[in-house]
Ligand binder design. Structure first.
Ligand code: SF4
Length: 391
């Protein structure tokens, strides 16, 4: 446990649950797998002691194999899957506004979900039912991957490395596990815990060769990687919504007006002669202002992205701590440079996502996709708040 200098605050440290001598990673009956969130790679690069251009995701993969993980996956895969489900859900709500609560709020940030459910519970049904990338990744690993690899789902121990403290609580939500094999995400470690573990194992990053992620669940697109920055989920969703509506791709940078660091940003996007009004918010103070304005009827939107942390997950509570905002800005730019240079920049073009639908899920919002990849936010209550009863 890490304490602040006065001992008033402490950060939870769960590494021992995995790396103690009798922990899962030393258990021959367990297949221990790990997934890395988009924003982790950029902050890890800062702490690796290597120049940023040398601290590649491929070296991080090699470091994780050296730690003993048998499969190393990329949560960017599930970010792309989230876009397919959430983008399809948005288009469904857009064309049947009268049947749904409106606008659609993104739901991939557990800090925001908890804030909304505790402060404005009457708006809970505006949240997208699509699970976050962390939880989709967990469910797919213990269902589809287990089947493909011929492993009993209950023998898989899945570790998720996140920029976020709130993801630990998200993995514990009782109604979020759909694989039927215990928790879909068994353990969440933050970027800081990962870095401390690398140091305690004396991993020499400079001598590591690049290694590939395992497949399936190892391929992500540029759209998936920008999930780590404020506005990234919205931009990635619009890229695929445009394709789903028109049957062709817009320019990958067509929606770049959504990017930025301002706390509350608005855009009007035209797709096939339909204007979509979007808002992107980071920081919960800004989220409260936006909701109050929505409730007073001062603003109207179709689709709203909210990230609790300033700058989005790049500035998450599990990332290395710096006292200035510039680091967040640098991390955001790094993720956009990965997107710019990615061979694929649209979630719907991810070949592993296409194969997952072909072989397993059938199509976005299919019966099985609903069962495994969506969740009922009204089915659990934030402790100390009233039970939510949807109309
Ligand atoms: Fe977690 Fe912050 Fe990212 Fe929300 S914005 S998912 S609280 S790191």
């Amino acid at each position: 446990v890490t304490h602040c200098p006065t001992g008033a605050l402490s950060a939870r440290d769960d590494k021992e649950q995995l790396f103690a001598y009798d922990a899962p990673i030393a258990d021959p009956d367990k297949v221990v797998v790990v997934s890395i969130a988009p924003a982790v790679r950029t902050a890890w690069a800062e702490e690796s002691g290597l120049p940023r251009e040398a601290a590649t995701p491929g070296k991080l993969v090699a470091a994780l194999r050296q730690m003993g993980f048998q499969y190393v996956f990329d949560t960017n895969y599930a970010a792309d899957l989230t876009i397919m489900e959430e983008g399809s859900e948005f288009l469904e709500r857009l064309s049947h506004k009268e049947d749904f609560d409106y606008p659609l709020f993104t739901s991939c940030c557990p800090g925001w979900v908890r804030f909304l459910k505790s402060q404005y519970p009457e708006l809970t049904t505006c949240l997208s039912t699509a699970k976050s990338p962390q939880q989709m990744q967990g469910t797919i690993i213990k269902t589809y991957f287990a089947k493909v690899a011929g492993i009993q789902p209950e023998n898989i121990y899945h570790v998720s490395i996140m920029p976020c403290m709130a993801k630990k609580a998200e993995a514990d939500i009782p109604t979020i596990n759909d694989s039927g094999a215990g928790k879909d995400v068994d353990l969440v470690l933050t970027t800081r815990e990962l870095i401390r573990q690398c140091r305690s194992m004396n991993i020499d990053f400079s001598s590591l060769e690049e290694e590939e992620f395992d497949s399936p669940l190892g391929t992500g697109t540029g759209a998936g990687v920008i999930f780590g920055a404020t506005g990234g989920v919205m931009e990635a969703a619009l890229r695929s919504c445009y394709y789903l509506v028109t049957g062709k791709n817009a320019d990958a940078d067509a929606f770049k007006e959504i990017r930025g660091m301002d706390g509350w940003r608005e855009s009007s996007i035209d797709i096939n002669n339909t204007t979509i009004k979007t808002a992107v918010v980071n920081g919960l103070g800004n989220a409260r202002k936006l909701i109050e304005a929505l409730l007073k009827g001062e603003v109207q939107y179709d689709f709203v992205e909210v990230m609790a942390c300033p700058g989005g997950c790049v500035g998450g509570g599990g990332q290395p701590i710096h006292l200035d905002e510039e680091e967040t800005e640098d991390r955001r730019e790094y993720l956009y440079s990965l997107d710019q240079n990615a061979p694929l920049r649209f979630s719907h073009e991810n070949p592993e996502i296409q194969k997952t639908y072909e072989d397993f899920l059938e199509k976005p919002l299919s019966h099985l996709a609903h069962e495994l990849l969506h969740t009922d936010h009204t089915a659990w209550t934030v402790p100390g708040t009233k039970k939510i009863k949807p109309e």
